[in-house]
Design a protein around this ligand. Sequence first.
Ligand SMILES: *[C@@H]1O[C@H](CO)[C@@H](O)[C@H](O)[C@H]1NC(C)=O
Ligand SMILES: *[C@@H]1O[C@H](CO)[C@@H](O)[C@H](O)[C@H]1NC(C)=O
Ligand SMILES: *[C@@H]1O[C@H](CO)[C@@H](O)[C@H](O)[C@H]1NC(C)=O
Ligand SMILES: *[C@@H]1O[C@H](CO)[C@@H](O)[C@H](O)[C@H]1NC(C)=O
Length: 556
Amino acid sequence: MALSSVLLFSLLLYILQPTYGNIFSSLFSPQTATTSSRSLAGEWRLLSSSIGIVAMHMQLLPGNRLLTFDRTDFGLSNLTFTDCPYYFLDCTAHSLLFDISRNTVTPLPLQSDPWCSSAALLPNGSLLQTGGFNTGDRSVRLFSLSSLSWTEQPYSLAVRRWYASNQLMPDGTVIIVGGRRQFNFEFFPPEQQYQLFDLPFLQETNDPDAENNLYPFLHLLPDGSLFIFANTRSMLFDPLGRIASRSLPPIPGDVPRNYPSTGSSVLLPLRPEAPSRAEVLICGGAPRGAFQLALRNSTYLPAISTCGRIVPTDSDPQWSMEEMPLGRVMGDMVILPTGEILIINGAAAGTAGWELAQDPVLNPVLYKPDHPAGYRFELMNPSTIPRMYHSSAILDSFGRVLVGGSNPHVGYVFENVTYPTDLSLEAYLPPYLDASYEIMRPRRVRVGPPAEVGYGDMAFVRFAVDGGLQEGMAVEVVAIAPAFATHSVGMNQRMVVMTVMRLVQLSFRDYMAEVMAPPSPEVAPPGFYMWFVLHGGVPSQAVWHLKFIHRIISQL
Ligand SMILES: *[C@@H]1O[C@H](CO)[C@@H](O)[C@H](O)[C@H]1NC(C)=O
Ligand SMILES: *[C@@H]1O[C@H](CO)[C@@H](O)[C@H](O)[C@H]1NC(C)=O
Ligand SMILES: *[C@@H]1O[C@H](CO)[C@@H](O)[C@H](O)[C@H]1NC(C)=O
Ligand SMILES: *[C@@H]1O[C@H](CO)[C@@H](O)[C@H](O)[C@H]1NC(C)=O
């Protein structure tokens, strides 16, 4: 078939199919791994050739500003303060806000070093940002949405947290787990200052001379338990009792999945038809021994191409394994509004760490969780910029994936190296942003009143579709919690699908969907979500500023 007829055929299929996700399954045979075809889907846009720092840590804030920072001990950055804070010796910034609508940069003063830190967006919209290196390793930093500035509190954590992970809990507190040489966890805010709890699981999963359990993967499950994955093992943890409640089988293959054998992990979309079910997907990593070989012998082992999928809420959870079209270490996994997972960034050889990886993987891969096994991966259009150690990726409210960072060197090195420090920011546009879908795309989405939606309450979502709703095309409403992304971990990233109870046509192009909010804070912890409306799998832009609150509070 000629390319144009393939495209035409896919468009036809698209129109005939009720959901967008089905269109490619019949067109692509499983695991096609050709990398240079121009027919691969998705587009790349350069948003800025230099934002002035490495986008090592990224968080999209309500209000559509990207907060990003690298490390304060990197020396001079390429971003200079016009109005130099008196306490800044060199007048360059290592933290900034990027306005994703205007593509403008605002430098931010930040003093304590947040290198390899963790974070969670609090219910009030402040970013809780914890730990880091040296001057910052016990710091708690809050970034306020109202003042758009950092407040830094040194010595506020019980212990040093370098490479720890955070998860927002149903009560709005945050659990902070692990970090280098820390086999324990703590909460923010703590019940008592410096209160610390042991977690022997982190000691047991710590490989001598390689660790392979840093930045543990955390996912809050709908029953309130916490899924914790480190190295090859996982367990369920009872946050109320503060103890491990159940051990799960190890992921098959004996491949470590956590830093520096960095794979990535995602909680698949939670669906109202199975409210107590949750599924976790973990992809990529580096074989055991890869870190030592890269460090001591300059030998870069091929990255792992397997993914494991498990339903930890089952009575007898078992892993099912799948094969990606490409091996990948240091990939990021991003939940798209369609419920598909984009696997992006990373390398084909080596591990995380300074100068320890080679062969950037430029092609993103789309994973379709609802397709039959063997038909879930689709290779996407490649980028031209290597994004390896210290790169990151997150979903934005336009439905794009913001991609930035990459610096395998101790400082900023722009010349005479294979993989120079990269200060650019790109957007990857998944296939659903293609202009041919504009006629179907929901627009002018508004949620409410009320401004805050209670658990299990009805919410009213107005939207318009230029071409009108089309027969057989589903209307869906989903809420996505924005991730804090760093080192291939998307902390707190989750997508909750809501039930559309009723669909009302208000005028020729205008509609209102009555949707039922998630049932509990265990399914959707309180805070800010991006609400997307989808029509036949084509997503709108997201609206922010709606949080789920307890019904009791909403009645006060
Ligand atoms: C950053 O600044 C250095 C030193 O001024 C310069 O050589 C380099 O080209 C700049 N890099 C970018 C990406 O702007
Ligand atoms: C948000 O909540 C945190 C934690 O309770 C608090 O420290 C902070 O001051 C709050 N921020 C605002 C702007 O209210
Ligand atoms: C270490 O490097 C040497 C030289 O490049 C190579 O011959 C050898 O196979 C490597 N060792 C391992 C265990 O890969
Ligand atoms: C890179 O190499 C060239 C040629 O050897 C040299 O002139 C230049 O100074 C080097 N740049 C840096 C930053 O070391």
